[in-house]
Design a protein. Structure first.
Length: 399
């Protein structure tokens, strides 16, 4: 799939007849803000509610990798199709967002390197390459010399690598800021420090969102609260199987004029993401500890040790920031997209786990089409179809 803009985002819904619905969105991360922006442009009255400030949850904590190829795993072919679709949408999405907000989002197309250091690492990487090749992904095996030619500061011990030229990155914090600006400019009303407690419904049809004991009426409600989605009462709809997956991260300061690294780099136990301003993002732990916000010595030590082994020069770099984020993990670690099977007018856009930034354009396109046209675009709908909430019903799960 080539990396180009696509008509799936920013479709023309001017021909859709009838009045535009009032829309209330729970969650002001990049997903909620992106959907709100597009719906407001299409003429909807949109309100977005968040327990904190816009873009300050998982959207701020992420690394911004668009790594559909490098992160592929066996058995995730359906998710790969959706990831690749969204990856192809990113250039057009980024260009439109920058134009609307007047702010950069720093889409970086240098590509991604995955490296092996030991013979065992190389065997695992060859296994990944075989999977990627079987799936038709655009990847290339690199000798140690070829990998070091692209990144001269890599460790001396190398046994090979994989180049994923279509796995790009974007500055997720700039994306969140730009989406807030674009949404406000389009007429979206954003309500910070307004935690949603309940989706109100009657007779199997949504009535709106409840926050602070007040009902905010809406024709359509979109649940986009990430790891906090399960804490919102959506009865009589079944609770969504979404949990927080803790990740510790940190940022180091490189010299922007002479950076140690220019590609996104995956090594054993670590990824490193270089930013244009000189920041170097290191991530991330994967911990099933609920909403535990503590930074631990063990977690930070592991990140720094793994990073130093692949890029020894980091030992001289100052530490800029350390933080914890919460990925919204579903039962199968894939997103939950589309209508509620039980409550008409309730739509889901959550559970993106580690792919929230990558899946942003596809999620925005799919949910915008659902609200305005009652269905997803045919091509996008085919790849998004496996990710409805109905797959978690008892009968479907058993099958």
């Amino acid at each position: 799939m080539s990396q180009s803009s696509s008509p799936f985002v920013f479709s023309d819904f001017s021909a859709v007849a009838g009045p535009r619905p009032r829309v209330a969105i729970a969650g002001a991360g990049v997903v909620g803000l992106g959907i709100a922006w597009q719906l407001a442009l299409a003429g909807c009255a949109v309100d977005v509610f968040d327990a904190g400030l816009p873009g300050q949850g998982a959207s701020r904590a992420a690394a911004g990798m668009l790594a559909a190829c490098a992160e592929v795993e066996a058995g995730e072919e359906d998710l790969l199709a959706l990831n690749r679709q969204s990856q192809a949408l990113w250039p057009g999405f980024a260009a439109a967002l920058e134009a609307a907000a007047g702010q950069p989002v720093d889409l970086d197309t240098a590509g991604t390197l995955t490296i092996a250091q030991t013979a065992d690492d190389a065997a695992r990487l060859r296994h990944l390459l075989a999977l990627q090749t079987r799936l038709g992904l655009p990847v290339e095996w690199l000798s140690p010399a070829e990998a070091r030619r692209r990144e001269p500061h890599l460790a001396r011990q190398l046994s090979g690598g994989i180049l994923s030229p279509e796995d790009h990155q974007v500055d997720n914090r700039k994306v969140a800021a730009a989406l807030e600006t674009a949404a406000l400019a389009a007429g979206v009303r954003i309500h910070p420090h307004a935690p949603v407690t309940r989706v109100a419904s009657r007779g199997g049809r949504v009535e709106g969102l409840v926050t602070g004991g007040t009902l905010h009426p809406a024709d359509t409600v979109i649940l986009a609260a990430g790891a906090w989605s399960r804490g919102i009462d959506i009865a009589p709809a079944a609770p969504l199987p979404v949990r927080p997956v803790k990740g510790q991260m940190l940022a180091l300061a490189m010299d922007p004029a002479a950076p140690l690294l220019t590609h996104v780099l995956w090594g054993p136990g670590i990824y490193l993401v270089p930013r244009r301003d000189g920041r170097l993002i290191l991530g991330a732990t994967t911990e099933e500890k609920g909403f535990d916000t503590s930074l631990t010595a063990g977690g930070q030590l592991a990140l720094l040790t793994h990073a130093w082994r692949v890029l020894p020069g980091i030992e001289e770099l100052p530490i800029l920031e350390q933080w914890v984020g919460f990925r919204p993990g579903s039962r199968d670690d894939a997103p939950i997209l589309g209508p509620s099977p039980e409550v008409e007018g309730l739509l889901y856009a959550t559970g993106h786990h580690r792919n929230g930034i990558l899946l942003l354009p596809a999620t925005v396109a799919a949910l915008t089409a659902l609200v305005l046209d009652g269905r997803m675009d045919d091509a996008l709908g085919r790849v998004a179809a496996p990710f409805g909430a109905a797959r978690f019903a008892a009968s479907a799960a058993a099958e």
